[in-house]
Design a protein around this ligand. Structure first.
Ligand SMILES: [Zn+2]
Length: 245
């Protein structure tokens, strides 16, 4: 089947790097086609029609032309841009982690509309609230869930018994363990209240979801995501360099 030379897609900007004198190569998450790379020609010239529309996490309704190596963005109508509100150090750092995680976890040209909607919602939340880090922890748990990699938050990863009083963060399996399966000493331990907060943090929208989790819970999620990613997100280091919560 031959693909059309021109196509449209809703796209959110994940990453960009300068190319030549005025171009930018962008990594985009599109609603219709999943993740793809495309070049925005002349975007760094002030008079470009694309100028200012393709910033980090901006959403556009874009038209593309299929190129020999990279597709070319021929037009971009703004859908939402929170760019002005993402420039504070914390919001920008969290936005960078969110974009990097989507880029790392999503396969090229594999549509994941649930992740697209999750990313759109997370961007609005990061721009709108003064608790960007908790938005990040929730985003991380939901992202893994939507990709079929969800961490069970109510049972021990080893013996499957329900967790109630205590949960030990098990970095070797990227999940939670009961104190019989993993000794609490030397590991992060969540008490009953923190465990409930974690479960609400990871709950699907409309099923008791809440951001009311403390910094310790958010930090535990961050360490778990590192396990699933297989490496530390580069932008997490920038976030950690900011003053702690
Ligand atoms: Zn157990």
């Amino acid at each position: 089947m031959s693909l059309p030379r021109a196509y449209r897609a809703h796209a959110i900007v994940l990453r960009g790097r300068n190319l030549g004198e005025a171009d930018r190569a962008l990594s985009l998450l599109t609603l219709e086609r999943g993740k793809l790379d495309a070049v925005a020609k002349g975007v760094r010239r002030g008079d470009s029609r694309l100028s200012g529309r393709l910033e980090l996490l901006s959403e556009v309704d874009a038209s593309f032309h299929r190129g020999r190596s990279l597709d070319v963005i021929t037009g971009a109508d703004p859908v939402t841009s929170y760019w002005q509100r993402l420039v504070t150090p914390e919001a920008f750092a969290v936005a960078s982690v969110v974009a990097e995680l989507v880029d790392a976890f999503c396969e090229p040209e594999l549509p994941v509309p649930a992740v697209y909607r999750l990313l759109r919602g997370a961007t609005a939340a990061i721009a709108g609230r003064g608790e960007a880090r908790r938005v990040l922890a929730r985003f991380e748990l939901r992202l893994l869930d939507e990709l079929g990699l969800g961490i069970p938050l109510d049972a021990c990863m080893h013996c499957q018994r329900a967790l109630a009083e205590q949960a030990v963060v098990d970095l070797s399996v990227g999940g939670l363990a009961c104190p019989s399966c993993l000794r609490p000493e030397g590991n992060t331990v969540l008490d009953a209240g923190e465990l409930v907060a974690l479960q609400h943090l990871g709950a699907p929208k409309g099923q008791g979801a809440s951001l009311r989790a403390g910094a310790k819970v958010a930090r535990a999620v961050e360490t778990l995501i590192v396990h699933h990613l297989g490496k530390t997100a580069r932008s997490l280091a920038a976030l950690d360099a900011l003053a702690p919560e």
